[in-house]
Design a protein around this ligand. Structure first.
Ligand code: 6CS
Ligand code: FE
Length: 304
């Protein structure tokens, strides 16, 4: 379905100033918010900052099985050749494996962890499904960074996500420290939509997932938001969790340490926010990047 009006114009030929958010940040109604796992101060912090971090949300020992599976993928020639696997620019190391919840039953089950799903549904105020999943490997010495961006800006423009009613759960699989390229976020940046300059080439994802060109906000807007609220880089041991709103500006540096920074990302979208035609006018991106056709509302594990 192609919308007649695009509320979030971006990928333009000239700079358009950023404007204030028009969508709620937290969608749960009073009862949903009161009965959900997050307390009032956590909900207020998410609303204010656009992210929440939880040290040791999962038991680090439970992460080992995921890490072992991850290491196996690095020796899986077929997986490395698949379109859903992105290698580091000019190298043989894996940068990202997309659609991991469709590749692996273990990762699929984790998308339905009851504690995680309860938080997601409290914040999005509806049933949810997986829009995108991925593992960013960021290997020691060779892991390149990710430029500043809003995921929603890409998912709206290139996947047709109509409104800001989605969030990412980043599960730390290897300790995120100061030196191995932790996720950096600009607190409060989710409260502005920052249009980006530059038309979106067809099949842009073939380049953007290695190194993003279009969809990077202008430095003037980044500077304004950083001066307003600084930058935060939540660190924590394997098993920690960072939940960030779909429009919170984030990025990460290259990994100059010997330690990998492998994080798992589950993107939950509200079933009230399913994808339309891409607003940039291009053909829809492949399903491993944006589920358009076979999604199901998620039920917590352990329930029929
Ligand atoms: O294009 C995308 O969907 C991906 N790009 C980035 C930089 N973050 C979100 C997502 O993985
Ligand atoms: Fe991103």
């Amino acid at each position: 379905m192609r919308d007649s009006q695009d509320l979030f114009p971006t990928r333009l030929e000239r700079k358009l100033g950023m404007f204030e958010r028009i969508d709620p940040v937290v969608y749960g109604d009073e009862a949903q918010l009161a009965n959900g796992p997050l307390d009032k101060s956590q909900i207020e912090a998410y609303e204010r900052d656009g992210f929440l971090s939880f040290d040791g949300f999962f038991d680090p020992d439970d992460m080992q099985a995921f890490i072992d599976e991850l290491r196996g993928y690095e020796d899986d020639a077929d997986l490395k050749l698949s379109e859903g696997t992105v290698l580091e620019p000019g190298r043989e190391e894996i940068r990202t494996v997309f659609g991991i919840h469709q590749v692996s039953e273990r990762f699929n089950r984790l998308t339905r962890d009851p504690r995680l799903l309860a938080i997601v549904k409290q914040l999005l105020g509806s049933d949810v499904y997986i829009h995108q999943s991925r593992i960013n490997y960021k290997p020691g010495f060779k892991g390149k960074g990710f430029d500043w961006h809003s995921d929603f800006e890409t998912w709206h423009s290139e996947d047709g996500m109509p409104r800001m009613r989605a969030l990412s759960c980043s599960i730390v699989l290897t300790d995120n420290g100061e030196f191995n390229g932790p996720l950096m976020l600009i607190p409060g940046s989710h409260r502005y939509f920052v249009p980006c300059v530059g038309r979106t080439p067809e099949n842009n994802y073939k380049e953007s997932l290695k190194s993003q060109e279009v969809g990077v906000p202008p430095a003037s807007s980044l500077r304004e938001l950083m001066l307003e609220n600084d930058i935060e880089a939540p660190k924590g041991p394997a098993g920690s969790l960072i939940i960030f709103e779909c429009n919170t500006l984030h990025g990460s540096n290259i990994n100059m340490s010997c330690w990998p920074r492998s994080n798992l990302f589950f993107v939950y979208n509200s079933v009230e926010n399913t994808l339309h035609e891409p607003y940039c006018g291009n053909r829809p991106r492949p399903e491993f990047l944006a589920d358009r056709s076979d999604w199901q509302p998620l039920e917590p594990l352990g329930e029929p």
